[in-house]
Design a protein around this ligand. Structure first.
Ligand code: GLA
Length: 381
C-alpha cells in the first residue's frame, strides 16, 4: 500500500505568482538542497499557475510558455530529479485556471499524459472557471482517475478551497491532500482565520488524505504576491506549529534563495517537523476539560503519536495574555487518569525546556500571538 505523509516542499505562488521561469525554479531546487531544507523533508518543487501558453497546441496539448521555460518541462523535471527532489505542477478542473490559463476540463486524460511525460510527481488542481452543472466531486474524480491511469505515481493535491462542502466528498475523489480554505495572505488576520477553519477540518483528514491549510507564509515578511503586512517571528512560529500539529502539508511560500536565520530556525526545526510527519497522522483533539465561552481564538490540541508520545500545542490567537484556565490540559483527557499511575514528561520544541506534569493538569499563561508546542512521553508517576 502506498502511504503518504503530509507532503513538504516549496511552491512558486505565494511569492512569485506569474513571475516564474526555469532559472527561478532551478535556483530554488539548488537552495532546497544547499540550505538543508531537503534533508529536513522538503522535497517537492511545485510550479503553480501561469506556466503555460494561453492557447493549447493544434493537438489540444498544454504548452509550457517557451519564454519562461525555454528548455521545456522534461528538462526541468530531470534537473529537479537529479537533485533527489520531486516535481510538482498545477492545473485546474475548469476551462481556465484561476489566473486565466487553459484548464484541464475535458482534457483530463490528455493532460495527465502530458504531466506523466514531463516526469511530474504532484499535481495541484484548482477550482476556478468550472462548469457548475457538473458536481465538483465528479470533476475531481475525472482528473484523479486520469492520474491513476497515466503510468506514473502522481500525488493529487485538490484545491477546491473548502468550497461546496469539500470535506464531505473529497474522500471519494482519491486525492491525497485538499485545501480547507481560500488563499492565505501574509498577515496575522489571515492566519487567525485559516487556523479556525483548519481546526474544524482536522478531523476530516487522515492517512494519505491531508487537510491542507494552504502554503506557508513563514519568512515572507510582507514581500511577494500574497505579502500583506507580514508577520513577526513569534507569529510565524505559531503558524508553523499549528500547521505541523494539524497534519497540514508544509509547502514553503517564501523566497528560499534569501532566507534569514529566523526563517531557517522555524522551517528547519526537525522536532516540530517530526510531529507533522508522524506515521499515523492521528486526528488532533481538544485537550481541555472546560472551555470558556470567550476563548474562541485560544486552542489546546493534542495528537497521539505512533511511538506512544503525545504532541500537545497551546495557541493564543487573541491580543491578550491568556488566563490559566484558557491554556490548560488534563491527563485525564489524554487517557492517562489517576488510576494508570502514569504521567507525562514534556519537552517544549522551541525552547527545549522540559517539565514533568504533577497533579494531572498543566496550566500556564500564554502571551498574545504565541504558542507552545510539546512532545510528551509517558512515564511512571
Ligand atoms: C487559487 C489557489 C492559489 C493559487 C492560485 C493560482 O487562488 O487557491 O493557491 O494556486 O489560484 O492562480
Amino acid at each position: 500500500m502506498k502511504v503518504y505523509k503530509p507532503p513538504m516542499g516549496w511552491n512558486t505562488w505565494n511569492t512569485f505568482a506569474r513571475n516564474i521561469d526555469e532559472k527561478l525554479v532551478m535556483e530554488s531546487a539548488d537552495k532546497l538542497v544547499e540550505t538543508g531544507l531537503a534533508e529536513c523533508g522538503y522535497n517537492y518543487i511545485v510550479i503553480d499557475d501561469c506556466w503555460a501558453l494561453k492557447q493549447r497546441d493544434e493537438n489540444g496539448k498544454l504548452v509550457p510558455d517557451p519564454e519562461k521555460f525555454p528548455s521545456g518541462m522534461k528538462h526541468l523535471s530531470d534537473y529537479i530529479h537529479s537533485k533527489g527532489l520531486k516535481f510538482g505542477m498545477y492545473s485546474c478542473c475548469g476551462t481556465l485556471t484561476c489566473a486565466g490559463y487553459p484548464g484541464s476540463y475535458q482534457h483530463e486524460f490528455d493532460d495527465a499524459k502530458s504531466f506523466a511525460d514531463w516526469g511530474v510527481d504532484l499535481l495541484k488542481y484548482d477550482y476556478c472557471f468550472r462548469p457548475t452543472t457538473i458536481p465538483p466531486e465528479i470533476l475531481y474524480r475525472r482528473m484523479s482517475i486520469a492520474l491513476k491511469n497515466c503510468g506514473r505515481d502522481i500525488l493529487f493535491s485538490a484545491c477546491s478551497c473548502g468550497f461546496d462542502d469539500t470535506r464531505e466528498w473529497i474522500g471519494t475523489t482519491g486525492s491525497h491532500m485538499w485545501r480547507t480554505t481560500d488563499d492565505i495572505y501574509d498577515s496575522w488576520e489571515s492566519l487567525k482565520k485559516l487556523s479556525k477553519v483548519g481546526l474544524e477540518n482536522a478531523k476530516y483528514g487522515g492517512i494519505s488524505r491531508f487537510a491542507d491549510m494552504d502554503m506557508l507564509i513563514v519568512g515572507m515578511y510582507g514581500k511577494g504576491n500574497v505579502g500583506l503586512g507580514g508577520c513577526t517571528f513569534e507569529e510565524y512560529k505559531t503558524h508553523f506549529s499549528l500547521w505541523a500539529l494539524l497534519n497540514s502539508p508544509l509547502m514553503i511560500g517564501c523566497d528560499i534563495r534569501n532566507m534569514d536565520e529566523d526563517t531557517k530556525k522555524i522551517l528547519m526545526n526537525k522536532e516540530v517537523i517530526a510531529i507533522n510527519q508522524d506515521e499515523e497522522s492521528n486526528v488532533p483533539f481538544d485537550a481541555r476539560i472546560i472551555n470558556s465561552p470567550y476563548d474562541d481564538d485560544i486552542f489546546v490540541y493534542a495528537k497521539m503519536l505512533s511511538n506512544g508520545d503525545y504532541a500537545i500545542g497551546f495557541f493564543n490567537f487573541t491580543d491578550e495574555k491568556t488566563n490559566e484556565w484558557q491554556t490548560h490540559f488534563t491527563l485525564e483527557k489524554l487517557g492517562l487518569d489517576e488510576a494508570t499511575g502514569k504521567t507525562l514528561l514534556m519537552k517544549e520544541l522551541w525552547t527545549g525546556e522540559t517539565e514533568r506534569v504533577e497533579n494531572g493538569i498543566v496550566r500556564f499563561k500564554l502571551e498574545p500571538h504565541t504558542c507552545k508546542l510539546y512532545r510528551a512521553s509517558v512515564i511512571d508517576k
